[in-house]
Design a protein around this ligand. Structure first.
Ligand SMILES: NC(=O)N[C@@H](CC(=O)O)C(=O)O
Ligand SMILES: [Zn+2]
Ligand SMILES: [Zn+2]
Length: 347
């Protein structure tokens, strides 16, 4: 049995680091990734190049000495985003991508896009400048069942945007369905898709069967088992269009354990151990590097990281904390439901 693997340093192409005390507490847990696309859904959101530059400085200040992480900033697209500011922030190396949240689709998305026609000039400028659009792909129409919102978004919103904006590079963020996998496969080199760690592990039973488990509640919500298996097949396929975006999304337990709890799984601390377990289970350990370290960089037109990390399979499970402290609050670390024998060596 393989008991040690090395890979090029992985990147996380979808990460929430938050701000303030939460930023200070969670950022070190992502320090051994190479690059990470930083989500802009702060309160208030990161909407201008100046705000993105200031946020990047706060992230860098929260990183431990010697950390590998290089934050890749994004702007939060709103109905009033100025195309010139987006293009200038990209040209000046401040941002790597722009994030589209349909208004009301997920955590802190109230300022998101309400009318896709209004952002057409921004999307056209992005296509022209080669700036990728990262998309939270769920419709917000209350008449659409929450388990169907990704598939309906693809038909009603994503496909029309892509047809109307030739050349726009799009990342389908955190896909959760076989519909997402199929649609990603229908595109060319201009279409990619991130897959989270937790959506490779849980299905909707893990949220709802045998008692409600708020720590497994995220958006898009985990779907039925056939969809999870489609994501596993895609992630382990080596196809360049699929790559890791953990969507590690910490919330204080106080905010998750509520009659109306918020969405997000905090996977930064144990992601690489979980992924090694998942890929080993699918006899695909040799494909973990493509998913976690190569495909995303290639999509973003960046070189893969030169240095490497090592994962070692030991007899004793890795000892991850169940929670981390943020001031006098706690944030629960995602529990995959199985022991993690793959240890990430000091990286
Ligand atoms: N994924 C989540 O469930 N939550 C994310 C937002 C998002 O990525 O949609 C968050 O910011 O908490
Ligand atoms: Zn999202
Ligand atoms: Zn997210």
């Amino acid at each position: 049995m393989t008991d040690s693997i090395t890979l090029r340093r992985p990147d996380d192409w979808h990460l929430h680091l938050r701000d303030g005390a939460m930023l200070t507490a969670v950022t070190p847990h992502s320090a051994s990734f190479g690059r990470a696309i930083i989500m802009p859904n702060l309160i208030p959101p990161v909407v201008t190049g100046d705000q993105a530059a200031a946020y990047r400085d706060r992230i860098l200040a929260a990183l431990p000495e010697g950390a590998a992480l290089q934050p890749q900033m994004t702007l939060y697209l709103t109905d009033t985003t100025d195309p010139a500011d987006v293009v200038a922030a990209h040209r000046d190396g401040i941002i790597r991508a722009v994030k589209l949240y349909p208004a009301g689709a997920t955590t802190n998305s109230a300022s998101g896009v309400t009318d896709f026609d209004r952002v057409r000039p921004v999307l056209e400028a992005m296509a022209e400048a080669g700036i990728p659009l990262c998309v939270h792909g769920e419709v917000t129409d209350p008449t659409v069942d929450i388990f169907d919102r990704e598939a309906v978004f693809i038909d009603r919103v994503l496909d029309p945007i892509r047809s109307n904006t030739p050349g726009l590079r799009v990342v389908m963020e955190h896909i959760t369905t076989s519909d997402g996998v199929d649609y990603a496969r229908s595109g060319g080199d201009d279409l990619g898709a991130t897959i989270t760690t937790h959506h490779l592990v849980i299905n909707r039973n893990d949220i709802l069967a045998g008692g409600i488990r708020p720590h497994n509640y995220c958006l898009p919500v985990a779907k039925r088992e056939t969809h999870r298996l489609a994501l596993r097949e895609a992630a382990t396929s080596v196809e360049g269009r699929f790559f890791l975006g953990t969507d590690s999304a910490p919330h204080p337990d106080r905010a998750k354990l509520q009659p109306c709890g918020c969405a997000g799984c905090f996977t930064a601390p144990n992601t690489m151990s979980i992924l090694a377990h998942v890929f080993e289970e699918d006899a695909a350990l040799d494909r973990l590097e493509a998913f976690a370290s190569l495909n995303g960089a290639a999509f973003y037109g960046l070189p893969s990281n030169e240095d490497r990390i090592r994962l070692t399979r030991r007899d004793v499970p890795a000892d991850y904390p169940a929670t981390i402290a943020v001031g006098d609050e706690t944030v629960t670390v995602f529990d995959p439901g199985f022991p993690l024998y793959w240890h990430l060596e000091d990286a």
